[in-house]
Ligand binder design. Structure first.
Ligand code: C2E
Ligand code: MG
Ligand code: MG
Ligand code: MG
Length: 282
């Protein structure tokens, strides 16, 4: 008990901890004004068809550059936006922005039938406003619902599975497709597939990075076979090596994203890829 109390006292007076707390408060204060201040933007990572390496769509990824604090990664500020009650507003901006950009790209290159994927956090998924925000984004942008993919993580489903199942059904009823993001990293991935109807499995980068040589690791093979058996589209996340691309293509994984093909791109650079028609590799 003495030790615990001692440790408590150390925490209170530790200058490093105090500095971190001050920094955290500054981060919170800056984030409050980020959306209105025009500090948020989306970047777009190409999604590649492994059969012919054509760009078939993009994943929208949020970026925040604060004039005071510099660039803060989404893994850091999205949870904070959830805690501060800002994610609803930010998330609905992300939806409108991504749908508007994708609709313009589809008009520019109608033959490509491009898709756009948008990440939806746990708090957004739990919100009764999400379906309305989504319907509004589709209406205002003119994007067909079938061109939009919403990416949810297993952790977003675990909090209240019954409510999540209802929400996913309402979203799918609008005609959008659902992807299970970071698949395989949750506690009980398989039970989610039974409880929730999704259209796409995104195999997490931590599995893709185990592909290092000529043999396909059995777990990766199993994840692809599982997706295929359930008639889901399969996307490999974080493809960085040619051997990974080749193994995934041989295993009939459908789609891929990763630095091997392209990092997330500024909107103009992503738009410049449109109209490229690579010849099939085989
Ligand atoms: P995620 O949806 O799983 O996104 C994939 C992350 O992997 C992105 O990080 C992307 O930049 C990165 N990545 C892509 N290819 C590679 C690769 O080949 N190697 C490596 N090492 N990384 C790669 P990012 O942009 O930092 O986003 C991190 C997470 O933040 C996302 O994970 C997503 O969960 C969340 N996020 C991003 N944008 C949004 C948003 O608009 N709304 C919400 N709710 N969450 C978002
Ligand atoms: Mg994602
Ligand atoms: Mg992911
Ligand atoms: Mg992730």
């Amino acid at each position: 008990a003495a030790k615990a109390a001692g440790r408590g006292r150390v925490v209170v007076f530790d200058p490093a901890m105090r500095a971190a707390a001050v920094e955290q408060r500054e981060l919170e204060r800056e984030l409050q004004g980020a959306l209105a201040g025009g500090q948020l933007r989306l970047v777009y990572q190409p999604v590649i068809d492994l059969a012919d390496e054509a760009v078939v769509g993009f994943e929208a990824l949020l970026r925040w550059r604060s004039p005071a604090l510099g660039s803060i990664p989404p893994d850091r500020f999205v949870p904070l936006a959830e805690d501060l009650g800002l994610i609803g507003e930010i998330g609905s901006w992300v939806l409108r922005e991504a749908c508007t950009t994708a609709a313009a790209w589809r008009r520019q290159d109608p033959a490509a039938d491009l898709t756009i994927a948008v990440n939806v956090s746990a708090v957004q998924l739990a919100s009764p406003d999400l379906v309305g925000h989504l319907a509004e984004a589709l209406r205002v942008s003119g994007l067909p619902a079938s061109a939009l993919v919403l990416e949810v993580t297993e952790t977003a489903l675990v909090r209240d599975p019954d409510a999540a199942a209802d929400q996913l059904a309402a979203l799918r009823a609008l005609g959008v497709r659902l992807a299970l993001d970071d698949f395989g990293t949750g506690y009980s991935s398989l039970s989610y597939l039974r409880q929730f109807t999704v259209d796409i499995l995104k195999i997490d980068r931590s599995f893709i990075s185990t592909i290092q040589g000529a043999a396909l690791p059995p777990i990766v093979r199993g994840l692809i076979d599982l997706g295929r058996t359930l008639d889901l589209e399969i996307v490999a996340e974080g493809v960085e090596l040619e051997v990974q691309r080749d193994q995934l293509r041989n295993a009939r994984c459908d789609l891929a994203q990763g630095y091997l093909f392209a990092a997330p791109l500024e909107q103009a650079d992503a738009g410049a890829l449109l109209g490229r028609r690579p010849a099939p590799l085989r």
